[in-house]
Design a protein around this ligand. Structure first.
Ligand SMILES: Cc1cc2nc3c(=O)[nH]c(=O)nc-3n(C[C@H](O)[C@H](O)[C@H](O)COP(=O)(O)O)c2cc1C
Length: 146
């Protein structure tokens, strides 16, 4: 069975909720799925043993893009995660009222691509409260392309 790892950074729980829906959808699609908070992982060798890595992070800050606090150390050391040649998809929650809507998602996707990750589906940027149907549809697309 193919293995997927979902790592999320979430302060008020929105991106955590999305991670849960993504995990459930992949599980139904036949993936062995592991979900972890960014607070509980270290970057070194993160992707080892996984066929697909999903990175979820909300955006904070205002004038500058700030990643959710727990995700910052992982982002900084992402080059140690072993993402080269690994299938990756990125998601996160934000608010389109801010200048950099879901800027963290763009930053993570860009860095992962620079590190040689194979981004399998366009990122998922959630505006406001997560809509389960939107998340499930995206996760299904990821499953279909991974
Ligand atoms: C002080 C503050 C700054 C924020 N900055 C941004 C931002 O720059 N871009 C964005 O898209 N959303 C921004 N947001 C919205 C959050 O990302 C949004 O509430 C998100 O759902 C939080 O997700 P989480 O519960 O997973 O942490 C900001 C919210 C607050 C309270």
């Amino acid at each position: 069975m193919s293995k997927a790892l979902i790592v999320y950074g979430s302060t008020t729980g929105n991106t955590e909720t999305v991670a849960g829906h993504v995990g459930a959808t992949l599980h139904k699609a036949g993936w062995e799925t592991t979900i972890k908070s960014a607070a509980d992982v270290s970057a070194a060798g993160l992707a080892k043993g996984y066929d697909l890595v999903l990175l979820g992070c909300s955006t904070w800050g205002d004038e500058d893009i700030e990643l959710q606090d727990d995700f910052v150390p992982l982002f900084d050391d992402l080059d140690q995660a072993g993402l080269s040649g690994v299938k990756v998809a990125v998601f996160g929650c934000g608010d389109s009222g801010y200048t950099h809507f879901c800027g963290a998602v763009d930053a993570i996707e860009e860095k992962a691509e620079t590190l040689g990750a194979l981004v399998v589906a366009g990122s998922l940027k959630i505006d406001g409260d997560p809509d389960k149907n939107e998340v499930v549809a995206w996760a299904q697309t990821v499953a279909d392309h991974a």
